[in-house]
Ligand binder design. Structure first.
Ligand code: URA
Length: 434
């Protein structure tokens, strides 16, 4: 096959065949196609898109660039969740134990945070001793024994994605629905799952800020999952404000513990029950999402979900003393309360800026090499729709870097818009697609 001809074909809007797509992915992975040609191919896909057959072929080629984890010997339906990420999104740590306590097998492979958006792996790494770098055989053993395991991407799973993503990052081709779909679904399908719950976020703190784009991505992910015979449900959910109140790595573990112990953090609880409800439904342990939600709530109330969380932490080497008593966790050297400069109704939050404020404080990274401070973060007390009086505490920031306190305060205050008239609370679940 001739690479230039294939690039030209895609550039002219003609569909590529399955074998042509496999050739391009295999050749790039084996360094037989240089970066400049593969970049041209990516840009052609960016402008021309892909049809369903091409999308499945791309995903298949990326899956087969590595191993498919064989979980068939482990009894039970294996269901994972993927979220497109955002600010304060800590649901994985809440729903994995809930779904596992309901009898679903939960093999979770998560990512790190980058920019304004946090990552489950960094959150779990904030638990002293917790190991996310397990081998695939350890991953399978824990899954079998405990019902849930949360680790990071391994070298064996869809290695082509890592190479292609790095190139997309520097060629302005990240924001392409077929390329995002191939990237997400190849990693998820290679995990050996039977079902997947998708949390596609929309709003100012989301990767896809526009709701129509988020819905298009969700539909593409669903079509592709179904073409591999996977059971799938997608939710379009709101990311116009932080999810829950805590932002930052240990802060988010702490808030997850609170929810698992029965605290009603409204939006976070509602989203967690919905996602775990859908996982329980896909895992054949409930007849509907609604029933799955009820089971989830019951597992929180009777303590079984929190017990399962403890079991997960123990199996993965985490120090349980901080889980039983989060107040023992080391504190940031500096903190500052942020007071409202005016009276009004909170109407808009630039949630991207809230995420970037957490990054400034040390909770995030600008480049993959940056180190994060697990203690740093924000407690954000306000939600859109709240009535706030001048002088009320809107948020509190925590860091070891004193100079960042003022920077974060200014960024947070500048991200808020107040209205004289009443504003509506936001609904966390915007749409369900299945
Ligand atoms: N997340 C991924 O895993 N891949 C993308 O391309 C975008 C977001």
């Amino acid at each position: 096959m001739n690479t230039v001809e294939l690039i030209r074909k895609k550039r002219n809007g003609l569909p590529l065949t399955k074998s042509e797509i496999h050739f391009l992915i295999n050749s790039y992975q084996n360094k037989k196609i240089p970066d400049y040609q593969f970049s041209a191919f990516l840009m052609a896909v960016y402008f021309r898109g892909m049809n369903e057959t091409e999308q499945s072929a791309l995903t298949d080629a990326m899956i087969n660039s590595g191993k498919i984890v064989d979980l068939r010997k482990i009894k039970g339906v294996k269901v994972d969740k993927h979220s497109t990420g955002g600010v304060g999104d800590k649901t994985s740590m809440i729903i994995a134990p809930i779904a596992a306590a309901a009898g679903v097998k939960v093999p979770m492979i998560s990512g790190r945070g980058l920019g304004h958006s946090g990552g489950t792996l960094d959150k779990l790494d904030s638990i002293p001793g917790f190991r996310t770098d397990l081998s695939l055989s350890q991953f399978k053993n824990i899954l079998k024994k405990c019902g849930a395991v949360l680790i990071g991407q391994t070298k064996e799973i869809a290695p082509a994605d890592k190479l292609i993503y790095a190139l997309r990052d520097v060629t302005a081709t990240v924001e392409s629905i077929p390329l995002i779909t191939g990237s997400i679904m190849s990693k998820k399908i290679a995990e050996g799952i039977d079902g997947l719950v998708l949390d596609v976020k929309t709003g100012s703190g989301a990767f896809m800020s526009d709701e129509k784009d988020a819905a298009k991505l969700a539909e593409s992910l669903i079509r592709t999952a179904k073409s591999f015979d996977k059971k799938v449900i997608a939710f379009i959910t709101d990311m116009n404000q932080p999810l829950g109140n805590y932002i930052g790595n240990w802060f988010e573990v702490h808030e997850s513990i609170k929810v698992l112990q029965g605290e009603n953090v409204e939006d976070l609880l509602e989203l967690s029950l919905t996602l775990s409800g859908a996982m329980i439904y896909l895992g054949n342990k409930a007849g509907s999402i609604e029933e799955g939600k009820k089971i989830s709530f019951e597992l929180i109330k009777n303590g079984k979900a929190f017990e399962k969380f403890i079991e997960i932490v123990k199996n993965q080497g985490g120090d349980l003393k901080y889980i039983h008593n989060p107040d023992l966790y080391p504190k940031s050297k500096f903190s500052k309360k942020i007071f409202s400069p005016k009276t009004g109704h909170l109407s808009v939050i630039n949630n991207y800026d809230i995420g970037m404020s957490a990054l400034e404080l040390g909770a995030g990274r600008r480049t993959k090499e940056d180190k994060i401070d697990p203690k740093a973060g924000i407690i954000f007390y306000s939600k859109i729709g709240s009535k706030i009086n001048k002088g009320d505490v809107i948020a509190e920031v925590f860091t070891d870097n004193k100079a960042k306190l003022e920077i974060a305060r200014d960024k947070i205050l500048n991200s808020l818009t107040f209205s004289h008239t009443k504003t509506k609370k936001l609904k966390i679940i915007k749409k369900i697609i299945n």
